[in-house]
Each structure stands twice: as C-alpha cells, then as structure tokens.
Design a protein. Structure first.
Lengths: 139, 493
C-alpha cells in the first residue's frame, strides 16, 4: 500500500491543480491505477508471505525474502557482529517487531520482518547468547 | 610503560591549514566579497572574514593532538566540539601516507590510518606530520617498532628507500606501460569533466566558435566528422597519459618481511600505502575491453580499511599493478596470493541458460532502441544517419552477449572462490574463503524460470560483496553449501 500512495497523491494533485481537468488521459491513469493497484494488493502480500521464511540454528541464521525477485541470505553465527530489534509505529500497534542481524560486510545483513514481538525479543536473546562466545569476524 | 605526551601536528601546517580552510570555505568567502561590493559595505568586513578563515585554520593546529600509548592510538580534535578518537593499534589494517604538492614543498606528509571497521568517522587522519616522522609512524603502527616521542625529531631515513631493510621489490613501473594509458577510461572521464567545466564559459567565447562553424561548413560533413573525432581522440589520449603519469609515476610495490605490502606512487601528489598482508582477502584482475584487446590488465588488492576513489578501484581496493601487460599483473597476483592457481585456473562455465540470458539482456535494449529509431524515422523522417546510430547497437549486441558469456564463470578452490564476469569491464576476483562472512542468493522471477541464481559472497573487504552471476541452480546450491558449511541444515529451503 505504501508504494501506491505517492502515485495516488501525484494524480490527486494533478486533478486539483490543472484547470483543464478532467482530461481523458487522467481518466485512463485512474483506471490503470485502480486495476493494477488492486491486482498488486491482491497478489503481492500473499506471494510475499508465502516466500518469507527464516530459521536460526546453533550454527547459522537463514532468511528468505521477496516475491518477484527473491533473496536467500545465510550468515554463520560465528560471523555475526550485531543483532538489532526495531519496531516502527505500525509494527507497535500490531505488536510486531523486526530483527536485523549484521556481519562485518555491508553486503550481507539479514532482516526478519513482521515477527511477533515476544518471539522477536527471545530470538534476539538467543542470538546474543550464541554470538557472545565467538570472536573472529574476518575483518 | 608510561603514557607519552600528546603530540601536535607539524608546526609547518600553520602555513597549510589556513589555505586549506580558505579552499574549503571558498563559496562563503566569495559570497562575502560579492555582497560587500554590491552593497557598498565597509571593506573591513572582507578583512574580518579573511582573518576568521585564517584563525580557523590556525586553530586546527592548536586543537589537534595525538599520541600512541601501549596499545592504542588516540586523536583529539575539535575547537567547539571536542572529540577524542581512540583505536586499538591491533585494529590497524592499512596506513596511507599522502603528500600533495604543497605538503611536499614543505616536507610534510599526511597519515591516514584505516582500521578494521572502515567507517569514515573512525578513520584517523593526521594532517600533517614531517615526512620522516610520518614514515616512522607507519613502520611503528604496522611492524610494532617502537619510536619514542623524544626520538621523533631525529628519525632516520624513511623505511621505503632502497637498500635499507630487507624489503623485496615485487614491481616497478616500466615507462613503456604508458602506451596502455590511452586504453583506460581515465582520459575520457577527465575529458568529460573538463568539458562540463568549459561549457559554463562557452557563452564568453562565441567568436572563435562561430569561426569554427564557418570552417566546418567549408569542409563538409565527412571531413568535419573525421577532424573532430581524431582531435577528440588525441585530446583524450593525452589526458589519459597525463592521468596515468600523475597517478602512477614511480610506482613501486614492495613486500616487507614484517608482513606488509607497500606501494608508493605519484608524480605531484605522492602516495604510499601499506597493507597488512594477513588482511588481504584476495585480488581483483581487471581487464576493460580495450586493455584486454591489448593483452593488458590491472590488479588490485581486496582489503579492509581503505577508502580510495581511484581509477579502477572502489572503496577498499588498493592498486597493486597499474595498467600493464597481463602477464605482469598475473605474476604479481600470484606472488601476492602465494598461490598460482586462482588467477590461472580454467573456470567452470554457467551453461546454456546463462548464455541465453546474456543474449536476451544484450538484445532487448538494442531492439527497443532500434524500434524507437525506426518509429521516429517513419513518423518524422529523421536523417538516415541518426537512424543508423539507433541500429548500431543492434549490430554490436550479439558480439557483446557472446563475449559476456565467454567471460562468465567461477570455480571453488581449496582456499579461494574465483569468479569472473563482464565484457566491457571484465574482471576476475579471487576471494579468500576465510574472508567470506555470509552468502546472499538472488533470484529474480526470470532467473527462477531459467533455472539460474546469482550467489553473492559477502565479505568485509573491498566491494563488500562479490557475485557469481547466473550460476545454474544446482551449482549455486552446491556453492552455498561449500562456502557456508554450517548451512547444511537449510537444504530444504
């Protein structure tokens, strides 16, 4: 939904500021936005939810994200440098949280979005415990 | 040991700092002067602004102090925001000693210390010390040689000079390599930058330009094109040779028995970089198309703690060989890695799906461009030459695709991941497997349909991530399993 808002806002401003509205091309744009936006909202969240998975073992952390373009990320526990827990405003209302695991490389941070808050807190504790004894981040 | 005193930068910087501040604040100074002229304000304001800038520069000398205690480097800076930066000496990965022309005239050198974290705010910059002290400081930081504050004024010859110490010379610039300079892109980039600068003043020189256009009309189209193209080529080549000389003059690569590699180079601005050898995570052999046709290449080290924006290198990439014959680059790479295999081994190709993707990805934009050109020709009756340019890409695209596929490959050796890609900018990367801290597998919708995946090996060094492009899915899975043995539980993915 967030990615659709700027599109809708831009069209609303056009309607409001352009004295010649409504032009035919504006109606076509509205129709395209409604059709494609509905399809996007119907398909993307489910597809994404179906793809998303994560797993933590004593050896490694693993995430799979995306929908049209997908990504799998794996980091061995021994290489983990930081574990963060973040909660945006919407996530707070829904009692959700995200866990972000970073390594020494800026190319490979792992993010697990939309976790239940209590689960996220225990996951962070678990990861912190696993990583605390390990040194050697290959820098 | 007792804590040594905090030391100041070299007193000669009292001359350089105000100039540096003036350059940095030049827009603000200009604004003060211009508004002063137009508003008829007292000229004392200009003097006050000038004094303020000088005072700011001088204050930097008074507020910057550093010291090296037992295991720690400490830097105090700041006039209003006092800041203390401390870094354990064993986190030092690289030491860069740079001397721009002003510094050299005054016998100074700037020391930049790159640490493991590599974030700019944690870099320690000492701008500047007397050149001998700077070189001694480097030796101390990298080889643990003690220099006491009391000795600092009378340190011996710099450790880079030939004959002192037991450094072994790995490479020295051969002036004949200058012939490769016009084949690099640095000349083109410089020319574009100069052009962008010159365009702003083009309104002031309409006279000569009109004269030139008259000349072009007299010559006709073909002669004009030939003259312009050859003039541009010569101009770009000259710029490229200049850039090469400025950057790489007197290039030397040496190996210190204490376990560091050391490069020094530069004509006006000299720069010497020391890299802890144990921290080198691999090398990158780069062959832009023109260099490749001339059987030349340049080589960089993949390491942490560097931040250069240099021709042919991004962050964390230190040049080890300037554009030079391919064999020279490979030989140096073998010497640095201590292993002949990664740069010489034959790579595993990525199969028919990857080849198809190369063709599709090269041809699609070319076809689109040709279609647009054809449409414009049909609708607006463009000159045929303009349309021909639109179709030019279509002619070169198949060759590009074939060459991109021919260069694509990877292999996994005992100690290294080797990956190669590209046509216009082909590069082979040999990355130490010990340095890989994670793996990212990328699959777009079309990649999944084609049954290929891109595996990115994440590392703390160099470009942070090195990709194996479009490997067949089973190969990609095998690669992940071998790079991260801990991930074997995830096979069900």
């Amino acid at each position: 939904m967030g990615s659709l808002l700027p599109l809708i806002a831009a069209q609303a401003i056009w309607w409001w500021r352009d004295p010649a509205s409504p032009r035919p091309v504006q109606w076509w744009l509205v129709a395209a936005t409604v059709v494609l936006g509905t399809a996007y909202l119907a398909v993307m969240p489910q597809w994404r939810y179906r793809v998303h998975r994560w797993e933590v073992t004593p050896e490694a952390v693993y995430t799979q994200t995306g929908w049209f373009n997908q990504e799998r990320r794996i980091a061995p526990i021994v290489r983990i440098q930081t574990v963060d827990l973040t909660r945006g405003p919407v996530a707070q209302v829904l009692r959700l949280a995200s866990v972000r695991v970073t390594t020494a490389s800026s190319a490979g941070p792992l993010a697990i979005h939309g976790l239940d808050h209590d689960l996220a807190v225990s996951l962070v504790e678990q990861l912190t415990e696993l990583t605390v004894s390990d040194l050697g981040d290959a820098t | 040991m007792s804590d040594p005193e905090f030391r100041r930068l070299d007193a000669r910087m009292l001359l350089v700092h105000p100039v540096q501040e003036a350059v940095r604040l030049f827009p603000a100074l200009l604004a003060v002067f211009v508004t002063g002229r137009t508003s008829g304000r007292s000229p004392w304001w200009d003097v006050a602004a000038f004094i303020a800038v000088v005072a700011l520069g001088v204050s930097r000398w008074f507020t910057t102090r550093y010291r090296i205690t037992g295991g720690q480097i400490e830097l105090r800076t700041g006039l209003l925001n006092r800041k203390l930066l401390a870094t354990p000496a064993d986190r030092v990965r690289t030491v860069d000693v740079t001397a721009p022309i002003w510094h050299r005239l005054l016998g100074l050198a700037r020391v930049e210390i790159g640490t493991a974290s590599g974030t700019p705010s944690e870099r320690i910059v000492l701008d500047a010390l007397a050149a001998p002290i700077a070189h001694a400081l480097r030796a101390e930081l990298l080889h643990g040689k003690e220099i006491r504050a009391s000795d600092a004024g009378l340190v011996g010859p710099e450790p880079t000079s030939v004959g002192t110490g037991s450094e072994s010379l790995l490479l020295q610039l051969d002036p004949r390599w200058l012939r490769y300079a016009p084949l690099t892109t640095s000349g083109l980039l410089t020319a574009l930058a100069l052009w962008g600068f010159a365009v702003q003043f083009i309104g002031a020189v309409t006279g000569p330009i009109e004269a030139a256009f008259d000349q072009f009309r007299a010559w006709g189209v073909w002669i004009t094109v030939i003259v312009l193209v050859s003039a541009a080529t010569v101009w770009v080549a000259l710029l490229a040779v200049t850039a090469y000389v400025l950057a790489y003059w007197d290039f030397r690569l040496t190996r210190h028995p204490g376990g560091t590699l050391h490069t020094s180079r530069g004509l006006l601005t000299t720069r010497s970089t020391s890299i802890e050898e144990g921290r080198i995570r691999g090398v990158e052999l780069a062959q832009p198309l023109l260099l490749r046709l001339a059987r030349a290449a340049h080589l960089s080290a993949i390491t942490t703690g560097l931040r250069h924006a240099e021709p042919g290198g991004g962050a964390g990439v230190a040049p080890l060989v300037p554009p030079a014959p391919q064999q020279v680059s490979i030989d140096v790479g073998v010497a640095v890695l201590g292993d002949p295999e990664p740069l010489r081994v034959a790579l595993v190709g990525h199969g028919p799906a990857a080849r198809r993707r190369r063709y599709v990805r090269a041809l699609l934009p070319a076809v689109a461009l040709a279609a647009i050109a054809g449409f414009l020709e049909w609708r607006f009756d463009l000159p045929l030459a303009a349309t021909a340019v639109g179709f030019l890409l279509l002619l070169t695209a198949p060759f590009l695709a074939a060459d991109r596929y021919a260069g694509l490959g990877h292999t996994l050796l005992e100690g290294y991941l080797v990956t190669q890609e590209g046509s216009v900018y082909r590069r082979r990367v040999a990355l130490q497997r010990d340095g890989i801290v994670g793996v990212v597998v990328r699959e777009s919708y079309f990649q999944r349909r084609a049954g290929v995946a891109t595996v990115v090996a994440a590392t703390a060094a160099g470009r942070q991530g090195y990709a194996v492009l479009d490997a067949p899915a089973p190969d990609a899975d095998r690669l992940v399993a071998e790079l991260i043995p801990q991930a074997s539980d995830f096979r069900d993915g």
